[in-house]
Design a protein around this ligand. Structure first.
Ligand SMILES: [Zn+2]
Ligand SMILES: [Zn+2]
Length: 102
């Protein structure tokens, strides 16, 4: 797929497959913005009519390396958690429990 190719468009703040556009609206209509393969999206949009997921464009992964608590394995939201030494814990309790193991 070339960066200027597209299979989906944005119309009226909704995402549509080209073929799912409302009657009378096509890719050349005003208010229709193609989603080009070279465009960058935070997440793959899906068609508001048929639900097809369009992930042909560049999807920017916000945080592809989530942190997990060293003790309970819970996922830790960015900026949250309790760092102790080189380990990260979801809470001070987990850090204490982890220490208590040794
Ligand atoms: Zn569709
Ligand atoms: Zn934890």
């Amino acid at each position: 797929m070339k960066s200027y190719d597209y299979e989906a468009v944005v119309y009226d703040n909704e995402v549509y497959c080209v073929e799912c556009l409302p009657e009378g609206i096509d890719c050349n209509s005003e208010d229709v913005t193609p989603i080009f393969a070279g465009d960058e999206w935070d997440s793959a949009p899906s068609c508001s009519v048929c639900g097809t997921l369009h992930d042909y464009m560049s999807i920017i992964k916000e945080d592809d390396d989530p942190s997990y608590c060293e003790y309970c394995d819970n996922e830790i939201c960015e900026g949250k958690g309790c760092k102790r030494g080189e380990y990260l814990f979801c809470s001070k309790d987990c850090a204490d429990n982890y220490d208590a193991q040794w």
